[in-house]
Design a protein around this ligand. Structure first.
Ligand code: HEC
Ligand code: HEC
Length: 543
């Protein structure tokens, strides 16, 4: 039944896409693509106008249910989408955007409340979900993530109403797998709301404090560093201009370590005083930005991802430019003993003496405003391990590592899911990356792992087990490209497979570093597990 409900939902969501109303990816877009500038008063009026028809005022003067909950901008988008899709609410897009903004600002989450589940907002693929305590995980996090729940705040009475709605909308919820082995409804209507009300209550000290917090102005010059799995490290600057109360336009000057430019522009709205949601163009790609400003407004971090493929994206970390000398990044982060390497130190006010530590000799090739390019000679006998990098008054501990061989390749994610594409449904790719490791004797002669980051490896796939080998999954499920991205095949019954099976697969992803690059007589191999499964029918803003 859960599958049926989801399939039915898909129909609705697909229709919504056609009508340009609001849907899956479009819902996220809606969070970012607001143009109207309206103050809280307008939001409050619009809520009364559009929501007041069904939601009556309660004793506190707020509207029933609406005043009993707090959630993220994405959470509000999802609830309002349900009001439209299921309950027939007619709501113009501009009014919806203003309402989402108003609700996220007045009934949002404090930064510390959203922190543990940011991965879901950032739509990071293949991240293990939060684990809810006790029986909650089995009761509540089998259809959707626990993160979806942890990103809302309500008291027990409202959590109970949410359980009632679940039962009404998905009546078989009680006797599906994972529910029929217990008195599901008895638990869902007693223990669960009480426990959720304790774990995720409406009124918290964190939210009260955040509401008193002075507004943050993010305008200014920022230093940016990030990492795109499969593509590498990038860095540069962001000029952020404030265009309205909580709206910004940004110009990016970024480049990857290999020199390729990643320039671009974004338009962002900051919800709840810190939740940055942007729509950007980076190089030739259309992206979304889900960042959080630190409470002091000096750091902006999160993830950006492709408009139409949230699984492809990059970490983002920006710090406000200041007056003090500072190192924000050293690239590459590993230098092989006995070689001469071009190294870039990214930071500001990088004047003065350069010191990369024992066994490394640096010559300055170029001093820029936010970078310092060096030619670094690593002595053949330089001891493997981390080094502190010092430039004038700035220093960064463990910012660079010297290595003489690679002992291990960790492939991340260690376990991933990719999904077949077909018809109107795009495949969901899986992007892999490696972290090369040299093990050196550490304190108390325990081995210490020195992380060298991504080195150029060859990617391949193999069967995960004997069944996968027998079914020739490798031949049907898709292929992996030279940057470690697995591109799944199309979906549907395949006459070439036994029982006309789908192109699903159970695979091993293999990264190989050749003997020369590994500094040893044999190649070093790292592996991950990849399950290629059926299409993703429904892509809500919070899965
Ligand atoms: C046509 C009637 C109708 C309108 C208009 C309407 N709602 Fe609802 N709303 C409902 C019903 C019915 C429920 C209970 C079932 C559910 O949760 O879907 C509900 C539930 C909710 C809940 C609780 C959801 C939960 O997760 O437990 C919130 C919050 C909410 N509505 C917000 C809004 C907002 C904001 C608006 C205006 C933008 C709005 N509603 C407009 C009918 C409506
Ligand atoms: C049978 C599958 C299923 C189970 C089990 C389930 N949920 Fe849900 N839940 C859903 C679906 C589907 C939605 C999205 C519905 C929509 O918005 O149209 C949802 C939405 C939600 C939302 C977002 C609602 C909003 O509008 O803000 C919350 C919060 C939530 N569930 C909490 C829970 C809790 C708590 C439990 C355990 C009592 C639970 N869920 C168990 C399927 C399930």
């Amino acid at each position: 039944m859960s599958t049926t409900s989801k399939a039915e939902n898909t129909g609705g969501w697909a229709l919504a896409v056609l009508l340009g109303v609001l849907a899956a990816g479009a819902a996220t877009r809606a969070v970012a693509a607001v143009t109207a500038t309206t103050g809280p008063a307008d939001g409050a009026t619009l809520v009364k106008t559009y929501c007041g028809a069904c939601h009556l005022p309660d004793r506190q003067g707020t509207l029933a249910r609406i005043g009993d909950e707090r959630k993220t901008p994405e959470g509000w988008v999802m609830t309002i989408f349900r009001m439209q899709n299921l309950h027939g609410l007619q709501l113009p897009a501009t009014a919806r955007d203003t309402i989402v903004r108003y609700l996220a600002d007045t009934r949002g989450l404090a930064p510390s409340e959203a922190a543990p589940a940011r991965f879901a907002l950032e739509r990071r693929p293949n991240v293990p979900d939060l684990a809810l305590p006790g029986d909650l995980q089995r009761m509540c996090a089998r259809c959707h993530s626990a993160a979806r729940i942890a990103l809302e705040r309500r008291d027990a009475a409202d959590w109970l109403k949410n359980a009632n709605w679940h039962l009404a909308e998905f009546p078989t919820i009680e006797y599906q797998e994972g529910a029929r082995d217990r008195h599901w409804w008895r638990e869902a209507s007693t223990k669960v709301p009480a426990e959720l009300g304790r774990l995720f209550p409406l009124h918290t000290a964190a939210w009260a404090a955040w509401q008193r917090h002075a507004p943050i102005d993010l305008a200014g010059r920022w230093l940016v560093r990030g990492d795109e799995p499969g593509r590498g490290t990038y860095w540069g600057t962001a000029e952020i201009r404030r265009t309205a109360a909580d709206e910004y336009r940004t110009t990016y000057r970024l480049r990857f370590a290999d020199g390729q430019a990643l320039d671009g522009q974004s338009h962002a709205i900051v919800y709840t005083g810190y939740e940055w949601r942007g729509t950007a163009t980076l190089g030739d790609r259309s992206t979304h930005e889900v960042f959080a400003a630190s409470p002091g407004g000096r750091r902006l971090s999160g993830r950006w991802f492709l408009d139409d493929h949230a699984e492809i994206g990059a970490d983002w970390d920006a710090v406000r430019a200041g007056r003090a000398p500072r190192i924000v990044l050293v690239s590459p982060r590993a230098i092989r003993a006995g070689t001469s390497t071009r190294v870039t130190i990214v930071g500001e006010h990088l004047g003065g003496r350069v010191d990369l530590g024992a066994g490394l000799r640096a010559r300055v090739v170029h001093r820029g405003r936010t970078s310092l390019v060096l030619q670094v000679d690593a002595a053949a006998h330089a001891a493997p391990g981390y080094r502190t990098v010092r430039v004038g008054g700035a220093n960064a501990a463990d910012a660079v590592a010297v290595y003489d061989r690679v002992d291990r390749l960790d492939v991340t994610p260690a376990y991933a899911i990719a999904r077949l594409g077909g018809g109107k449904i795009d495949p969901v790719a899986a992007q892999f990356a490696v972290d090369a490791i040299e093990e050196i004797p550490g304190p108390a002669s325990k081995p210490q792992a020195v992380h060298l980051g991504a080195l150029p490896v060859a990617w391949s796939i193999g069967p995960f087990d004997a069944q996968a080998a027998h079914d020739r999954d490798v031949d049907f499920a898709g292929r992996i490209d030279s940057r470690g991205r697995f591109l799944p095949a199309g979906a549907g019954p395949n006459p070439k497979r036994p029982f006309h099976a789908d192109n699903t697969g159970n695979l091993e992803v293999i990264a190989t570093l050749p003997p020369g690059a590994a500094g040893r007589p044999t190649a070093v191999v790292g592996k991950a597990h990849l399950v290629v499964t059926v299409q993703r029918w429904n892509t809500p803003p919070i899965y």
